[in-house]
Design a protein around this ligand. Structure first.
Ligand code: TYD
Length: 215
């Protein structure tokens, strides 16, 4: 995030299905609020009215027929709107933005897993995000078996959405992709062991925020 006067902090959560990242994003948002920090808790795809409409199209599988490049573009279009109509203003108002998924999901799912070339992903990122990179990104790391088992439990018999019905092999590839991002960008990205009990994961997250961002 480009620094200026009264600028907030930008934290993102990433991880595969069943990693508990949405829960942890919620816990951190509450904790920051209790510490007296103004928070904007949000998610992708979505987070702004127009981007939420694109979310519907993406998660229902409507965009899938056009292939991974189209999906990468649509996730990016949604992201650009989310940034322009929600994230930027929040940061300028001095809020702590806590976002469930962001650029690393596009890199991992559309890039590494679906094979959209890295150059294309980088160009889309440059166009949509530019200098507004997160200050801190948590990758909630869990084995494919455990993550998928949790995701299925959560679905409770309902049909899993298109992404969650992917196989174990896919989960393992996504996991690897996230871990590679963490290795590439240690200054921004922190890996948390998501197989621990929820409270311990939350503690690791909070300690890291205290240490890195001093709320
Ligand atoms: P969602 O129902 O929000 O589930 P989750 O709890 O896993 O975040 O679904 C979001 C899905 O969209 C998820 O499977 C990952 C996928 N996704 C991408 O493929 N690329 C992206 O850029 C983003 C933001 C999400």
């Amino acid at each position: 995030m480009q620094r200026g006067v009264e600028i907030g902090r930008f934290i993102t959560f990433e991880g595969g299905e069943g990693s508990g990242k949405s829960t942890q994003a919620g816990i951190l948002a509450n904790r920051l609020s209790r510490a007296g920090r103004p928070v904007f808790a949000t998610r992708e795809p979505g987070g702004s009215p127009a981007a939420e409409e694109i979310r519907e199209a993406l998660l229902s599988g409507q965009v899938k027929q056009f292939g991974p490049l189209a999906e990468a573009v649509m996730f990016s279009v949604a992201r650009a709107d989310h940034i322009d109509h929600a994230i930027k203003d929040s940061l300028q108002e001095g809020r702590w933005v806590v976002c469930d998924r962001f650029i690393d999901s596009t890199r991992a799912y559309q890039g590494v897993t679906a094979g959209v070339p890295r150059g294309v992903i980088n160009a889309l990122e440059e166009l949509t995000v530019g200098a507004l990179s997160p200050d801190l990104t948590f990758i909630l790391d869990i084995s494919a078996e455990e993550g998928l088992a949790r995701a299925k439990e959560r679905a409770d018999g309902d049909e899993l959405d298109r992404f969650e019905s992917q196989e174990l092999v896919m989960h393992e590839r996504v996991r690897r992709a996230f871990l590679d991002i963490a290795e590439e960008e240690p200054g921004r990205v922190v890996v948390v062991d998501a197989s621990q009990p929820e409270a311990m994961v939350a503690e690791d997250v909070w300690e890291t925020v205290l240490h890195r961002l001093n709320p």
